[in-house]
Design a protein around this ligand. Sequence first.
Ligand SMILES: NC(=O)c1ccc[n+]([C@@H]2O[C@H](COP(=O)([O-])OP(=O)(O)OC[C@H]3O[C@@H](n4cnc5c(N)ncnc54)[C@H](OP(=O)(O)O)[C@@H]3O)[C@@H](O)[C@H]2O)c1
Length: 340
Amino acid sequence: MSSFSQSFPPKPTFTQKDVPNLSGKVFLVTGGYSGVGLEVSRVLFHKGGRVIIAGRSEKSYSAAVEEIKGNCGDGLTVDVSTPGSLEFLFIDLSDLTSIKPSVETLLKDLNRLDVVWYNAGVMVPPAGSKTKQGYELQWGTNVVGHFLLHKLLCPLLTATAAGSEAGSVRAIFVSSLMHAYGPKPYGIDFDSTTIDSEKAKSIPIWTLYSQSKAADAILAAEYAKRAIDLAPTAEDGTKKNHVISISLNPGNLKTNLQRHSNTNKIKEFLINMILHPQSLGGLTELYAGLAPETADCNGGFVIPFGRKGSVASYLQKGMEKEDIGKKLWDILEEDVKSYV
Ligand SMILES: NC(=O)c1ccc[n+]([C@@H]2O[C@H](COP(=O)([O-])OP(=O)(O)OC[C@H]3O[C@@H](n4cnc5c(N)ncnc54)[C@H](OP(=O)(O)O)[C@@H]3O)[C@@H](O)[C@H]2O)c1
């Protein structure tokens, strides 16, 4: 689907009112207290779900709780008979040491996890910004931190899927239209993804963002294959009850993501003209995570504002011809092994 169609999409067909009652279900949204993530948390809560918001600022979380409870969003009415719940999970994706302790505490109190949105992200920070462990900040946050989190959540996702309706348990990796502009030929320059990489210094910051978003899409496709292998075999020999893994472009949206972008007033005005309300990005993420029609999208890509699309062809080629997904997965396994 063309960049134009993704930048100027038709109205969503899957909206808040299509989200079923979610009581009894458990969801986790990284970065769920701002931007697109907040819109996802809002709908999940008002539809009765238990919503775990993972992030690094309890203050931002508290402000979001006020906002979410006081405003149920377009097209929704508060159903007081099935209130949802909101809780905070401290995780700093740019510090791998922060992830396991929080997840271990959470898992003591969790017997299911229906859908996780790996939504948090950082875009074009000042050049040279790094994570606590020394990865280029966008790579470390958007990719390495989420990979570690996913590894820790994976057993519970797999177990939930084994005992749930086929296609209902999902892991959503939030990518971007920018995934199409990663380093050629296949989206990732692996020399720039190591700790204290000298190579990363020579790559434009936007290309490094694109690379991180290409990796998110590749991870979703790679996990889609692995999730089937991990699922139990049913009596009829099939493996229907596996986690569904999807990546997506939420759309070009007015959020805090542009906080680091260096623009003048005219550029800012022009950019704002082509950005859409963040709630539409929320619907795109909800479509990937909850819509019955995306149950057959395992390994696929969803585009604004809730349509089935596909990843850029160079990425597809890399995955098919060079097994970039396995290469990425193996490298990340090695990167996070001391933090699991
Ligand atoms: N907005 C767009 O046009 C657009 C387009 C394509 C894709 N996306 C993707 O959509 C996702 C959501 O972005 P958004 O537009 O909603 O931006 P946003 O409002 O800036 O939200 C990003 C979220 O990520 C969190 N985050 C950043 N670094 C973190 C860290 N180290 N640990 C934990 N959380 C961290 C932020 O928390 P803090 O506030 O604490 O930093 C914030 O909650 C991102 O993955 C982004 O790449 C957005």
